[in-house]
Design a protein around this ligand. Sequence first.
Ligand code: SF4
Length: 346
Amino acid sequence: MPSRYDLDRDALADLLDGEPRYRVDQVWDGLYRQLAQPAELTTLPKALRSRLDDELPAALAPVAESTDRHGDTVKWLFELDDGARVETVLMHYRDRTTVCVSSQAGCAMGCGFCATGQAGFRRQMTTGEIVEQVVRAARRARDDGRRLGNVVFMGMGEPLANYDRVWPAVERLHGDLGLSARHLTLSTVGLVPAIRRLAGEDLPVNLAVSLHAANDGLRDELVPVNRRYPLSVLMGACADYLRAKGRRLSFEWALIDGTNDRPADARELAELARTLPLPAHVNLIPLNPTPGYATRGTPRDGVERFRHQLGDLGVNATVRRNRGTDIDAACGQLAARVDLRARPAS
Ligand code: SF4
């Protein structure tokens, strides 16, 4: 049975066949504008509410919820209908509220330093499962007196490896939840055909490329998909994306001690960034240890040194603020990175 956010309007109209036509608008508005559950839609007759509650089930069952000390970061562990588990993180910053969503249960990309990559791929998430993460986060943000404005696809999975479900979710977030395309960011380890497909879409979303290395030898090792789409090919696709969209491109760079944090790495990264038609922004992520990967993250002073080196080379770089989670920085890292007090979800 499709979940409540898997249905498009036509499918909802089919489900409501026999009801007055305006019921479709009422239910759609309830799900996307009011962020309500069918049982809460008091404009509907009671019998219809209860029917919809049965026939439009939620896709996500909360298993655990964690918050940081200040209540600025909320992380959920959700179970899907087949028992697969995914995570979603809501972050309140001073000037914005962002949710980081998962797009696959597990991931097949096999990046060695990533907890999700080590666990392997389980299945694609559906459009409804992706959208529902955002709706739940938006609801929580509203309860916290904030408005959810940004979505980053940097949770579990490689979003562009699930393009056919992720893109309809992006369209739903934009068209029905009213989020600006400029505030939606898709991350990728560098799936070139999908980047090219993205360049042909109408909505100008942001692209975040998980780079982590600026030479093919090291990147082959850290990000195995580089063997299929080496840096020259990836940079060509990024340049074309920038020309087509004029949107911001960011490089994600998980700093691994002694591996990709040396002066030579900064120089290679700066050279690579210079090949693009618009300046790229670099997000530096001090890597947290994961059980299957012996290498440790760059210490704090090394992170700052690397950032200064990039700055001296004319590359804008930001170190991700550590707020108990850096989930908005590197896909799949959250299983190992989040250190919040968990409690069972109600
Ligand atoms: S870093 Fe991202 S793409 Fe790589 S294995 Fe982890 S989730 Fe997948």
